[in-house]
Design a protein around this ligand. Sequence first.
Ligand code: NAD
Length: 477
Amino acid sequence: MPLHYIANTAVRSSSGQTLPVIDPATGETFDTIERGNAADIDQAVSAARHCLNTAWGQLTAAERGRLLMKLSAKVAEHVDELAAIEQRDCGKPTKQARADAVALVRYFEFYAGAGDKLHGDTIPYLDGYSVMTWREPHGVTGHVVPWNYPMQIFGRSVGGALAAGNVCVVKPSEDACLSLIRVAELAAAVGFPAGAINIVTGYGHEVGDALARHPGIDHISFTGSPHVGTLIQQVAAERHCPVTLELGGKGPQIVFDDADIDAALPFIVSGIVQNSGQTCSAGSRLLVHRGAYEAVLQRVGDAFKALRAGSPKMDLDLGPLIRKTQLERVNGFLEDARTSGIATVAQGQIDGGVHAGGFYAPPTLLRDVPVDHRLAQEEVFGPVLAAMAFDDEDHAVQLANATVFGLVAGVWTRDGARQFRMAKRVKAGQVFINNYGAGGGVELPFGGVKSSGYGREKGFEALLGFTTLKTVAFRHG
Ligand code: NAD
């Protein structure tokens, strides 16, 4: 029964209550976590503030980087253990669980080397003046993490915040806490001072809300649904606390008739099947040039028929979804497709040996989905790919931009000029040309436009968001 981790100590919740930890592969409870509350958040924020004012605040950027490098090495030693924890907690196939742990190693490594390259500027000003800008940490940063990629999102968010000189209070998803508590223990083991990384578990409307409201939190990094993003923004606005929002997406894979379909096919499939489609940057819409539409659907459909979902340890193409309500949500979308007369091109198989209580959804390819249907507009957050045809480049752009989201897009064409035109015209935070990076790329700034959010995580750009700029003007004559 993992507890909160505050000031390098395992701590019970003052609520005296716990929440069940459910195995998505069976639907059975196998552990408990603490059901935190506002008092626990208060304790964590105090610990973080104390650390900032003492140990952490005394370190140079290079010293912080060395600690992050030690943590990266420690996580590397524990990749198998962390992957096993994540697999049980989130139902990830072995390959995915390991990939997440390896990405965490890389995030800490990247930010270990980046923090001491962060600096301000000097600005020419009036005669007799010297002006410079300083990049200063916000202070105590709050991190609200979803369940789909706990380790990766922790790595990019907490890694960047620490490198920039902040200390962190983390609220993991109530559905996926276990790996992050273990990572915090590993951080303590390599010498992170008490209070630098604090984890408080529990429900979003209790612990997450308390974190967002706490006056001691100087910046909030939120990754999750657009709905909760709005709530966090509203709460933070009351005290003008800066927020970074990483929300959902409805990523278009745009395939022109001159595309190399052999090259595109594995990316189109993995872009929606990875992590059972529970990926904000999933390529969940397939837009195909009308002349190539039937041939592409045939190829993608054949690939879908060969896909298999099964228990995480079988390490098939897909594992279970995170929880029962997520399976109900995905099934609700599929039922909606049926009643709307949207045709299914192909479905993959669920392995016959899976536990009856597990949360398995078959990968499904739908065709001719009307652009205004919710299957073309809303995040399913499951392995459902909505295909539609376009007539020309203008039509492709129109369809690609026809949702409230703008996170990631893929463009498949051999025409170099069209590659540039499409990259400019598609509204998204990332555009991939002849490849697709659902979630990939530690070095690549990541984030959205429109309802996909604002601010950037990953890459060096994220460090800027974890600092505030101070302009200092000297008048010396
Ligand atoms: P969610 O928004 O329900 O929960 C995210 C986190 O917010 C959880 O830790 C939850 O406990 C917390 N939370 C819930 N209510 C809260 C409240 N009132 N105040 C403060 N915190 C609260 O999302 P989810 O179900 O965990 O994840 C799925 C969603 O997240 C999808 O829409 C997906 O697209 C999005 N997502 C986006 C990214 C990205 O980088 N853009 C990454 C992963 C997931």
